[in-house]
Design a protein around this ligand. Structure first.
Ligand code: C5P
Length: 327
């Protein structure tokens, strides 16, 4: 009888300790974050991603969480296309556009033509979505970053940033190319064309490029059409552009540069962001690795100095890693 009771006690103790060990293992795997909800309750959440540091984790930087809005729409869809008066007046005043159509009428033509889907709602504590944002700075030449860049899940390239002939330094993979009509180029069929619209005419150009091909001029000559996969087209939401201007560029200059906008897009769709090919020359020129140009970032359109300070701050706050190159 006594032997039986002893056996039962040992069995219960073993069961209890293995349950405790399992529970401890589970808690160890789920990085615990305590947050105060809007009702003042304390709740327990897992880390938002499986990388060692997650961009969207707003617990570790007040500076970041004051600026980062996870709820702002990134891409235009048929259901979120209505612009509030603030966004509409700011956005429609950005660029001179003589023949612009009516925004609502133009947007109504978009989604029978292009995918009308929710994207990037696939964040999970079990995933680590890595992104390389590749700017066009000459500092990437001679860097040998190509293989490192190509290891990322997403490789976001900007405007006319070529890969052909520069693979060793910039890589060859492009999952997203962020352009506006004046900077558009042909893409392969696996790449997402991400249009940054700065005026209604830009959206009209996108429609025209895949249909009538009759828009050839905005404030300058633009290609009447481009090679790209229609089913991979995405349009950045005007509200997102204003959000980047207000929260991240803090109202500096007229509007953010394409590179800066792309970097902030990456903060919203990736868990880990590595930055390549950003950095002007010491005389404030946004030089390119693939061509000779002389564009000062102090031209009134963009504030390259402020953007650069914000990008450096993002690194200090452990949100991105800047790969500086050599030049
Ligand atoms: O010149 P472009 O706009 O095509 O370059 C893409 C982006 O790369 C710029 O908007 C800017 O943010 C970044 N860039 C940079 N330093 C350079 C050239 C470009 O940071 N020298």
């Amino acid at each position: 009888m006594v032997v039986l009771r002893l056996k039962k006690q040992r069995y219960m103790a073993a069961l209890l300790s293995s349950t405790t060990i399992l529970l401890l293992l589970y808690l160890q795997n789920s990085l615990l974050i305590f947050t105060y909800g809007s009702f003042g309750f304390v709740s327990v959440l897992r880390s938002p991603c499986a990388c060692s540091i997650c961009v969207a984790d707003r617990e570790n930087s007040n500076w970041f969480s004051e600026r980062y809005n996870p709820n702002v729409p990134i891409l235009l869809t048929s259901t979120n296309s209505l612009l509030n008066a603030n966004v509409s007046s700011w956005w429609e005043g950005l660029q001179y556009s003589p023949d612009s159509g009516n925004y609502t009428e133009v947007v109504n033509q978009l989604f029978p033509l292009f995918p009308d889907k929710e994207h990037y709602s696939d964040a999970s504590p079990d995933r680590c979505r890595t992104c390389a944002v590749v700017g066009n700075s000459g500092n990437i030449l001679g860097s040998h970053y190509g293989p490192l860049i190509d290891l990322h899940d997403f490789v976001l390239r900007i405007n006319k940033g070529l890969t052909e002939g520069y693979e060793k330094d910039v890589g060859s993979k492009t999952t997203h190319r962020i352009v506006y009509p004046e900077s558009a180029m042909d893409l392969d069929s696996s790449t997402h064309l991400m249009l940054l619209p700065f005026k209604v005419l830009d959206i009209q150009w996108l429609i025209s490029a895949f249909t009538t091909k009759n828009i050839t001029h905005t404030y300058m000559e633009v290609p009447s059409t481009i090679k790209a996969n229609k089913d991979k087209v995405m349009i950045v939401h005007p509200e997102f552009i204003k959000y980047v201007y207000d929260n991240w560029a803090e109202g500096h200059a007229r509007y953010p540069s394409t590179g800066f906008l792309t970097l902030i897009i990456a903060l919203h769709i990736c868990d880990e962001v590595n930055v390549f090919g950003f950095g002007a020359t010491s005389d404030k020129i946004w030089n390119h690795y693939f061509e000779e140009i002389l564009t000062s970032y102090e031209n009134g359109m963009h504030d390259g100095k402020f953007e650069n300070e914000t990008i450096n701050r993002l690194q200090q706050e452990n949100k991105i890693l800047i790969h500086k190159g050599w030049a």
